[in-house]
Design a protein. Structure first.
Length: 633
């Protein structure tokens, strides 16, 4: 029930945290949860309201009725949390709700990360790609690639991004993939998702998992950010934000469709420049999203369906001064595409199975980077052959206006199915077993790196050649996992044990073949609650710890680098008569793939304690992480 207006709240999710039993309230605000004579711990959430946690005693009578009041999520409340909160999961995590987002006024997901402990507070900046930072001050390419963004249960994948000039020129350093200095378009190839492209206006909450995650989350090393978008009724919202660098407009609404579910639509546009005195460098983003949510068979075996489709486009441009000599030069990169997902869970409550959860998603995008630039140098001879042996080269003039483009068309698919069985044992004790499997594939069908070999964008002795991405095989990943979560009541204390293993299988044609084998990921978390009494001075005190192994498969950029060309000048005849000049090169071609590549690994250890004294809450964590087999060129 709405605590302010005293009216029923429909479509509110009521979930038993330990058994994962759930139900949605009807139009009268009522739902049914099975207690079976045991203490139950409920989580109640609804779009536009603050999440509420509630423990009900184990002496409930049959058909006991409880009235629960929810407070609207608004900065106008007398007391509202405008910072991140500690997550409720076993591993170390931080949760950011909508009220904290409204207070922070973020323009992208990167801005929200400043609420996570250990992250720096920075002014919004869209002049360069933004990457996730977890338990570090700077950003390293492998760390950013190992940080997963999971949107409504489905990961946003960047493994097929190959928007680079040539892998023979790429190095990982500090916070970006540094390309040849003469190529200036920005890229996140070999790294994580560019956070600039993710709008926060349609997000209801996020959970940043810094510790050891559940085994159902895989193909990551650093951690994960679980993003939950709005699903349900919400009034029409029009938000406008402006500052000297950024202008943003958002329009969104959630509509009840009677007994046919709920429909959410939104449109978000942002434009940003890095210099208020010059508009030559800019970043533009447009996101349009449609979401549909419905609960089937709510009174018996509720089945949820959450469908989402997002259309997006972004443009990162860098134009030269039109008054300068180089007014014809141009640098820009863009990305546009579509992604969609189906997510849900089904409460079955059978003797052999309690419920299942499913996630299916797919994405297709078109990435394009273009540079037109003057090339100034002395007259140089270069090789142009695409095959080994002796061949005539060309002698370039001192000045030329060359063009270079990278055309990528990455695609991704992800599917996951999990099942769990829950038991309530003696008073205060419960057990839950989770098992499942997932599969993902990433590939790229773009035209790749294209330029005129007789008019290259830059001159090098061993310059790369044009290359198509369409002939590059996709990378596949499959995994199975099982996990047990036991909550054991020991007198007035409670011991939580979570342990499981995930078995990964990574495969890419010709490189990571079946001889690579499988990679097991054992993970375990433990938490011991010593005190829990809201009326006492020390209201809560618990200690915890965890250890886990995580793996991340190499992206396409590292699996399939450019072919290496070694061009040796065999003969050069130079004369003032340009028609008589001759250059002969001997070209050697090398396959630059590394057959010994293995996934990046990270071993996590952590211990900590949580306590509440009076109105003061505190959480202290000590951790150690050791990452091995990082990727580099």
């Amino acid at each position: 029930m709405d605590g302010g207006r005293k009216v029923p709240v429909s479509a509110a999710l009521v979930e038993d945290i330990r058994t994962s039993e759930f139900a949605f309230t009807g139009d009268d605000g009522r739902c049914r949860i099975h207690a079976n004579g045991q203490e139950i711990h409920l989580k109640i959430s609804s779009l536009g309201y603050q999440v509420k946690f509630l423990s009900l005693p184990g002496v409930l009578q049959t058909d006991s009725v409880y009235t629960i009041f929810l407070e609207a999520s608004s900065l106008a409340l007398e007391e509202v949390t405008v910072t991140a909160e500690k997550g409720t999961g076993m591993g170390t995590s931080t949760t950011v709700h909508r009220a904290a987002m409204d207070h922070t006024q973020p323009a992208s997901l990167y801005d929200l990360m400043q609420l996570v402990p250990g992250n720096l507070i920075e002014n919004p900046d869209f002049s360069a790609p933004q990457q996730l930072r977890m338990r570090e001050v700077g950003t390293e390419a492998n760390s950013a690639a190992g940080a997963a963004i999971i949107l409504d249960g489905n990961p946003l994948l960047n493994d097929a991004n190959m928007q680079i000039s040539s892998t023979t020129d790429v190095t990982s350093y500090v916070n970006e993939v540094t390309q040849n200095s003469l190529l200036r378009f920005r890229t996140t190839a070999g790294m994580g998702t560019d956070l600039r492209a993710i709008s926060t206006q349609n997000i209801e909450s996020i959970e940043v998992m810094l510790g050891i995650p559940s085994v159902e989350f895989g193909n990551l090393t650093t951690g994960a950010v679980l993003v939950h978008t709005k699903a349900g009724y919400s009034p029409l919202q029009v938000r406008m934000k402006t500052d000297p660098f950024t202008n943003q407009v958002y329009v969104g609404k959630g509509m009840h469709l009677a007994n046919r579910g709920a429909l959410n639509v939104s449109l978000d546009y942002l434009t940003s420049t890095s210099d208020v005195l010059s508009k030559r460098e800019s970043y533009d983003r447009l996101n349009g999203q449609v979401g549909y949510f419905k609960v089937f068979m709510n009174a018996t075996t509720p089945l949820t369906l959450n469908a989402r489709m997002n259309v997006f486009t972004s443009l990162d441009s860098n134009h030269n001064d039109p008054d300068a000599f180089t007014d014809e030069e141009d640098v820009r990169s863009s990305s546009k595409g579509i992604n969609g997902s189906l997510t849900g869970k089904w409460w079955l409550n059978k003797t052999w199975i309690t419920g299942i959860k499913y996630n299916i998603s797919g994405a297709l995008s078109h990435q394009y980077a273009f540079q037109r630039k003057y090339r100034n140098s002395s007259e140089r001879a270069i090789a142009t052959s695409m095959v080994p042996g002796e061949h005539f080269g060309v002698i370039l003039p001192t000045v030329g206006l060359s063009e270079f483009s990278v055309d990528g068309m990455p695609y991704h698919f992800f599917g996951q199915l999990s099942a769990h069985k829950s038991w309530r044992l003696k008073k205060g004790t419960s057990n839950k077993i989770l098992a499942g499997a997932d599969y993902r594939v990433s590939g790229n069908r773009g035209n790749g790196q294209q330029f005129d070999v007789e008019d290259p964008p830059y001159i090098k002795v061993n310059a790369p050649r044009p290359r198509s991405y369409a002939d590059i095989p996709a990378v596949h990943s499959a995994a199975v996992y099982i996990e047990d979560h036991l909550s054991l009541a020991l007198g007035s204390t409670l011991l939580d044990l979570e342990a499981g293993v995930r078995l990964n299988y990574f495969r890419a044609e010709d490189v990571m073949n079946t001889s690579l084998g499988a990679y097991p990921e054992p993970r375990a978390n433990v938490r011991y609650r010593l005190f829990s009494n809201p009326a006492a001075k020390i209201r809560h005190f618990s200690i915890r710890g965890g250890v886990g192994q995580l793996y991340k498969a190499p992206s396409l950029m590292y699996l399939y680098p450019n072919t290496a060309y070694l061009d040796l000048l065999s003969l050069l005849y130079y004369t003032p008569n340009a028609d008589q000049r001759t250059a002969v090169f001997t070209t050697y071609i090398f396959d630059s793939k590394n057959p010994h590549l293995v996934p990046v690994s990270n071993t996590k250890f952590e211990v900590g304690m949580d306590f509440t004294i009076g109105n003061v809450k505190a959480s202290v964590t000590a951790f150690r992480e050791e990452s091995k087999n990082g990727m580099g060129m």
